[in-house]
Write a protein that binds this ligand. Structure first.
Ligand code: ZN
Length: 146
C-alpha cells in the first residue's frame, strides 16, 4: 500500500496471474486460495472489494448468500460460470453480474485457463445518487507537473 492519506489510498495487488499467491483464511478450516480482500488496506467505508483467481478446473466449494450486501461480479480475464438460484450463467472478461442478497450463489472455473474476477460488495438499496449526480466540478486550477 502506498499513499494512505486522509482523502485517498491505493493498493497494488500485482499482476492478475499472480493473484494465486494470496490466501484468504478466516479460520483453520476455511481457506480460499487466490482471494484478496482490500477493504481494510484501502480504508473503504462503503464497499468491500475482493480480487479473485480461480485456477483451471477449480471452484469455490460451497454456495452462499448475503445478509445485507449485494455483490457485483466483474469478469476480468478468462471465463467461468456462476450458479445463481439453480441456474448457471457464464461470466467472462467484460461481464458484470449483480447478485442480490437472497440469491444462492457459487462460482467455478470450468476451463483450462486462469479465471480472474473482482467482487464488489455494497449494501443493497443504499445508493441514493448514481452516475454523475453525486459529483461536482471544483473550479480550481491544477497542474500535472507537480
Ligand atoms: Zn459473497
Amino acid at each position: 500500500m502506498i499513499n494512505n492519506k486522509r482523502n485517498y489510498s491505493k493498493v497494488d495487488v500485482g499482476n492478475w496471474d499472480n493473484l494465486g499467491e494470496n490466501t484468504y483464511q478466516p479460520s483453520p478450516t476455511f481457506k480460499v486460495v487466490g482471494k484478496k480482500f482490500i477493504r481494510d488496506e484501502l480504508g473503504l467505508t462503503g464497499a468491500e472489494i475482493s480480487y479473485n483467481l480461480l485456477e483451471a478446473n477449480t471452484q469455490i466449494p460451497f454456495t452462499h448468500k448475503h445478509r445485507e450486501n449485494e455483490e457485483i461480479y466483474l469478469g476480468i480475464k478468462g471465463q467461468g460460470q456462476i450458479f445463481l438460484d439453480g441456474t448457471i450463467t457464464d461470466i467472462r472478461e467484460g461481464s458484470c453480474i449483480r447478485v442480490g442478497t437472497d440469491a444462492e450463489r457459487a462460482i467455478r472455473n470450468h476451463t483450462s485457463e486462469l479465471f480472474v474476477f473482482i467482487v464488489i460488495q455494497v449494501k443493497q438499496n443504499s445508493m441514493e445518487k448514481g452516475k454523475t449526480s453525486d459529483g461536482y466540478v471544483v473550479n480550481k486550477e491544477f497542474d500535472w507537473n507537480i
